[in-house]
Design a protein around this ligand. Structure first.
Ligand code: HPA
Length: 277
């Protein structure tokens, strides 16, 4: 369960480490996406190991650093790596980036992740705009007593992924010449990859891509009134579709090969977002 007192305290303490910093939006970088921010002008950098609320991430491909940077004239809180439910660390470190970003003034959060492709056209290297999600994590970060700081008791989820942000993502795809199919993202708790039969079931349920993250943060961000967007980098075909066994090394290799395209796409996104904010 979320420890709300601790979460709010941790946010206040972290804000003391970021004096006079306010941001327009947040960017959460998933597996393999960390290197896209090389060379951005930075205003502050905090290692996760220096933010007790987050703690060091030990998942390969997650740098574990909070960088406040200027991107296309926007102030962006960039989380290089996320914490995951499968790490067994509870909800606080997973949700902290969203809550901190909101406290720093962010109205928009863009999440990125790596995912397995279920739909045929979602081959490795493709970027997918998340239109909606299916929560198969067998849990929900809002289980527990109701805390008004986290939104209503029963948050509406008709449009978790903001139409407005999805339109800007599409425009960024055109501007950066990035093919950008849309789809439904399904998350399990992990850390196991799925069985081929699970993938068949998920396909029948309407899932296009599968991963182990993103949904908890999206649930909270939507609940507290932020505009949410999410992009998956398809790093492998899902289990049973892929001709070989799955591995995290393949995930990292595919994202590594995609980093120039990721950067061009995000440049376009923030330029277009700036016009909206
Ligand atoms: N399944 C779950 N998570 C993933 C996958 C996958 O196939 N690829 C990258 N993250």
């Amino acid at each position: 369960m979320i420890d709300i007192k601790k979460l709010l305290n941790d946010i206040e303490e972290t804000q003391l480490l970021l004096p006079d910093i306010s941001v327009d939006c947040a960017l959460i970088l998933g597996s393999g996406w960390s290197s896209v921010i090389a060379d951005l002008p930075t205003k502050a950098i905090l290692e996760y190991s220096d933010i007790p609320a987050l703690g060091a991430t030990n998942v390969v491909g997650h740098a574990g650093r909070l960088v406040i940077a200027e991107w296309s004239n926007l102030n962006v809180a960039i989380f290089q790596g996320r914490r995951h439910w499968y790490e067994g660390i509870g909800w606080n470190p997973i949700l902290f980036p969203i809550m901190l970003s909101k406290a720093l003034g962010a109205k928009v959060v863009l999440q990125t992740n790596a995912a397995g492709g279920i739909r045929e056209d979602l081959t490795p290297g493709t970027f997918m705009v998340v239109d909606d999600h299916i929560n198969m994590m067998s849990t929900n970060p809002l289980i527990g007593p109701h805390h008004p700081e986290l939104g209503p008791r029963f948050p509406d989820q008709t449009e978790v992924y903001s139409k407005n942000i999805r339109t800007i993502l599409d425009q960024a795809g055109v501007a950066s010449k990035t093919k950008l199919p849309h789809g439904v993202y399904l998350a399990t708790s992990g850390p196991t990859y799925e069985t081929p039969t699970e993938i068949k079931a998920f396909r029948a349920m309407g899932a296009d891509a599968v991963g182990m993250s993103t949904i908890p943060e999206s649930i909270i961000a939507n609940s507290i009134g932020m505009q949410v967007g999410a992009i998956s980098c398809i790093t492998n075909s899902a289990a049973g579709i892929s001709k070989h066994h799955l591995s995290h090394e393949e995930v990292i290799e595919t994202t590594d090969n995609a980093k120039v395209r990721m950067r061009a796409f995000l440049n376009a996104f923030f330029t277009l977002l700036k016009k909206e904010l």
